[in-house]
Design a protein around this ligand. Sequence first.
Ligand SMILES: Nc1ncnc2c1ncn2[C@@H]1O[C@H](COP(=O)(O)OP(=O)(O)OP(=O)(O)O)[C@@H](O)[C@H]1O
Ligand SMILES: [Mg+2]
Length: 349
Amino acid sequence: MIDLLRIHKVYSQGKKTLHALRDVNLHVESGKIFGVIGASGAGKSTLIRTVNLLEPPTSGEVVIDGQQMTRLNKRELRLMRRKMGMIFQHFNLLSSRTVFQNIALPLELEKLSPEKIHARVQELLLLVGLSHRAHAYPAKLSGGEKQRVAIARALATAPTILLCDEATSALDPQTTRSVLKLLKEINIQLGITILLITHEMDVVKAICDNVAIINEGHVIEEGPLSWFFGNAKTELARDFIESTFHLNIPEDYRQRLSSQPFARSHPLVKLGFTGMTVNEPLISQVSRLFEIDINILSADIEYAGGVKFGYLLAELLGHPDQYEAARRFFIENHVALEILGYLTELPHQ
Ligand SMILES: Nc1ncnc2c1ncn2[C@@H]1O[C@H](COP(=O)(O)OP(=O)(O)OP(=O)(O)O)[C@@H](O)[C@H]1O
Ligand SMILES: [Mg+2]
């Protein structure tokens, strides 16, 4: 369990001071994956580095499994840090050491016997799926393989907490998915608590149980993932959520789109479903009540934690008088409706 209580971090450089963390309170339950998301410079790395005191807070308390970190002496702090593995965006592997030797490093520092080190490294290689690469050097590995080595190394001393600072930012989308899947497996199989920071909502959506948004050193919103998608209030949170939905107007539609209605045109709309939306078959109701045909072009809708959220792009085809009534009906049922423009029907082919 990680508790950050009233954390402030002020960097001083000469006469200049920079308030990187402002009154941050965070509670990460054991066994959960907790994501902290924020833009560049928001204070994410500073935040994660205060957890293991790589960056001691200017004020506030860091409590790990009931232990107040700032009150420990050097030896106690070293023991506590053993409970915490850390991985980074750029892997930080030693280029002169093989995969095996990189993973063995923390165990050598612990002065374990060569036999014990060998057995433990084999175990870790198996866990991260790299047994066949044990004797390769980092230069010969793909980005995904390098991050797997870093994960194995971080887990070498059997920590209970894994800290991940932008661990997938340097990876392509497919490799990102496989590394996230590995982190989820580690979380479930070993019961390790993961604190993960990222600037990508897709990462949070893929594996996190809880999420917090950090902006200019403040945590501005926090909650379980399902709650967050449906209920987050701040504009920044909504922007992050929208970034995970990939809805584009098809190019041929875009070319035919006019901003104003004209004779025999019909609207192209974006319907937004949020946690507030009534869970009813609204599309077919609108179609029946207002005699409007609804042609869905694309949809990106998810269901989690009892709520539907996402977007749908559709043409409404009916009598112009009914469009306004349909619009009001959607809004009454908490569907955000945005008219993207007006289209003519294509001539029949
Ligand atoms: N050692 C330092 N000395 C002075 N200022 C620092 C130091 N480390 C970070 N900062 C400043 O603190 C603020 C927060 O930095 P931090 O690295 O935590 O942001 P971040 O959210 O991790 O950004 P990014 O997404 O770019 O990694 C920034 O304005 C940064 O310039
Ligand atoms: Mg950072």
